[in-house]
Write a protein that binds this ligand. Sequence first.
Ligand code: ZN
Length: 226
Amino acid sequence: MQSQTEENYLKAIFKIAEQEGGKVSTNALADRLHTKASSVTDMIKKLADKQLVCYEKYQGVELTSKGEEIAIQIIRKHRLWEYFLVYKLGFTWDKVHEIAEELEHINSEELIDRLDNFLGNPQYDPHGDPIPNKEGKFATHQSFQLDLAQPNDLVLITGVIDHSAPFLQYLAQHGLALGSLLTIKAIEKFDQSIQLVVNNEKIIFISHQVAKNLLVVKTAYSNTGE
Ligand SMILES: [Zn+2]
């Protein structure tokens, strides 16, 4: 058994390695967990004693297969709870992350299996992130950042990179949500801001910064007959 803090370390190491590849530095971990490098080093030693991570001084840290298994199960729990909170309890998607951070540490495999079945074994959480299955396998889809789209592309929003509440509130204010259909009208040469049509209804402009933080997939679906 691991403590909540130990679980958060395993999850953080997994996520940083997923984004940046290779071994994870203690500084990167300290940054992500908002703590001091010295506390990180202490915890890493503890996790190494439990054979959940491999650690060499100045080389960084990496998860053992046992550590990775635990990290993936925590992510699975987190994302299933987010799905439950949004689609069954009616929370808005900007509120669920903080609550799921606590729920992810409840340790009952039976509860999570039942939750997964109750929800119909969803593959993506409300932010569009893949939910690993019981065996720890992630679904894959070919989403890309919206700033890479071209004029006349028709895309669906499948996820966000920035999960912060201000960003999600910004999206809600502009009528942008998971599953929104976007038609790219024009991309401004000067600042790469994008003019697009949301759900064939309203034209909006979004900044390059916003586009970079939205994940989309191309779709053939259209109501306009274009
Ligand atoms: Zn979350």
